[in-house]
Design a protein around this ligand. Structure first.
Ligand code: ZN
Length: 575
């Protein structure tokens, strides 16, 4: 974990204009800089970078964010990698909260030893006919083996000693290449296995998967352990190789194994990635939707495959928003993608993909697979299993249409169904302030206050909370902002740093709306004076509200109960 204060420090010191300009040539336009958007196709520039607010915003496709998010989107880096890259440019050292100053924190050294090991494994593969034959028998071409940088770990206890003169060096253990037995002796983690390097989006090796060449040996597949670089619940196999295919197809296929990815790739299906021996997590999905909003989960056609698919669905519904599309593909019994594509043509596999089951359909099919809904009891049983699922669905549109569909299925009205299920929906992963489109064209005083604050975080005053005790979105946002200000020791000196924290509290659409409004806000006015004006308007509104509340309370009192103070209040109010 990188401390929050360090992230603020980085955002306070970096210039987003520099970061973007190094990658996309910017042109000055008024107070801002513009370019043709790197995230969508366009002829006239609608991609705008604000030096004073320190963020970018595209008026065409809605892409937006800080210097950090730009690096994540444009360079395909993770959050941590982006911070590191900027910190390097600024000459800062990234602190680590778990600290200890151990070797484990030295990411670049870890990357280095993994890359050296991979070179060694590739060399051994070329020198070992039995492993080359294995790959040939599985139908892999030399070109595919090179593309996926496949290697072979020798059948020796300390094979890596030929690469690393200091076999005892801690970094080898931290990288998961070497481990210690009970007697304290160090030995190679991977021996006599086909080696599949696992790369992150920027093409750096972060771990390995190893497969035996003799199926009698166990375990068949073996991965690197969790290391500072390699976290199974975040990483996927095949992203750098699949990037291009994903862009062309605008669809990502998730399969279960490395061989599936590689085999599909060789047969021209180049948009597949695999999880690494874990179920699909929300982090996997969140990572993938940055490349394409459409994901097809592919499973073996057996019972285990169906259960795995159902598990993936339960994760996917917590993340799905109105723009995402998820599909589920089931292969015939006893087939995996590798065996299927070898027996059938790539076109046949593509047909399966095109006919994959949409997410909502999968829910209905699953819940009706052993239930014909022919009695009241069966309908109740259906509803009991349907309820927890529909409540978890994050997207309101998906929820709505699923409820519509089920109400038809059970021959009841949508209103009745909603009443039974209750109104309290998803509070799972996304407990964020929800966006609601504004009906007014002009900014309300509260919204204006927030825009000033987001442009000039230093103008924040705790006492303003009195003006924000209502129930509007603005009130909720103010509370989120006070939380951020209160829980941070470091100061916020620009919009980007405050938005980075705010995105933990607000739905993405709401962030986009605020950034769009902030983008052109207050470039030509004195925000400090403006803030005082807005503040007095809000105080006025709030004191009027307090007065009218008091007035209605007094109206309910009998005359004899009124104190002198009450009478004075009423007298003044009438004036
Ligand atoms: Zn754009």
């Amino acid at each position: 974990m990188i401390p929050e204060s360090f992230i603020q420090e980085v955002l306070n010191r970096i210039d987003v204009v520099d970061i973007v300009d190094q990658r996309v040539k910017l042109k000055k336009s008024g107070a801002n800089f513009v370019a043709c958007c790197p995230f969508h196709q366009e002829k006239s520039p609608s991609f705008t970078v604000s030096p004073s607010k320190q963020f970018y915003h595209c008026f065409g496709c809605g892409a937006h964010g800080s210097a950090i998010s730009f690096l994540m989107e444009y360079d395909g880096l993770t959050f941590v990698e982006s911070i590191q890259l900027i910190a390097n440019q600024l000459g800062l050292t990234v602190p680590n909260e778990q600290s200890g100053g151990q070797v484990q924190n030295d990411y670049s050294r870890l990357e280095e030893v993994l890359s050296m090991a991979n070179k060694f494994y590739k060399k051994i593969l070329r020198e070992t006919p039995v492993s080359i034959n294995y790959l040939k028998n599985r139908g892999l071409s030399g070109e595919t083996a090179r593309q996926f940088q496949i290697g072979f770990s020798p059948n020796e206890w300390q094979g890596l000693q030929t690469v690393f003169s200091d076999y005892e060096e801690n970094v080898l253990q931290a990288a998961g290449l070497v481990q210690r037995n009970e007697k304290g002796r160090l030995y190679d983690r991977f021996r006599n296995r086909i080696m599949f390097p696992i790369l992150n989006a920027k093409n750096t090796i972060i771990g390995f998967g190893g497969r035996v060449i003799d199926d009698n040996e166990k375990p068949k597949y073996y991965n690197s352990p969790e290391t500072p670089l390699f976290k199974k619940s975040y990483e996927l196999y095949g992203i750098p190789q699949a990037k291009k295919g994903i862009r062309e197809d605008n669809n990502i296929i998730i399969v279960e194994g490395y061989m599936d990815v590689i085999s599909l790739h060789q047969h021209g299906i180049t948009n597949a990635v695999a999880t690494l021996g874990t179920a699909t997590t929300i982090y996997h999905i969140k990572k993938l939707v940055r490349y394409s909003k459409k994901i097809t989960f592919c499973f073996d056609g057996d019972q285990a495959g169906r259960e795995a698919a159902w598990k993936a669905l339960n994760t996917a519904i917590e993340v799905i928003d109105d723009q995402m599309e998820f599909y589920f593909l089931f292969l015939p019994a006893n087939e995996d993608p590798d065996t299927f594509i070898k027996k059938n043509s790539p076109d046949k596999f593509k047909t399966l993909i095109n006919n994959a089951t949409p997410l909502t359909e999968f829910i209905i099919r699953r819940l009706t697979s052993d239930n014909d809904l022919r009695s009241q009891e069966k309908k109740i049983k259906f509803l009991n299993s349907f309820e927890p699922i529909v409540k978890k669905i994050y997207s309101s549109k998906y929820r709505l249409f699923l409820i519509k569909r089920v109400s038809e299925l059970l021959s009841m009205s949508q209103v009745e169904l909603e009443k039974i299920i209750g109104e309290k929906f998803s509070e799972g992963v996304n407990i964020k302030i929800k966006y609601a489109p504004s009906t007014k064209n002009t900014l309300t005083a509260k919204r204006k206050y927030l825009l000033i604050l987001l442009s000039r975080p230093d103008l924040f005053e705790v006492s303003d909370h009195k003006c924000f005790n209502g129930t509007s979105i603005e009130d909720e946002i103010f509370i989120a902002l006070s939380n951020i200000f209160n829980s941070n020791n470091s100061s916020f000196n620009n919009s980007a740093s405050i938005f980075a924290s705010l995105s933990n509290y607000l739905e993405d659409k709401l962030i986009v709306e605020l950034q769009t409004q902030v983008m052109d806000f207050g470039e030509n006015i004195d925000l400090k004076t403006e803030m005082e004006l807005v503040r007095s308007v809000l105080q006025n509104i709030s004191s009027k509200r307090i007065q009218s509340e008091k007035l209605s309370a007094l109206k309910n009192k009998s005359l004899s109960d009124l104190t002198d103070e009450d009478k004075e209040f009423l007298k003044n109010f009438k004036k």
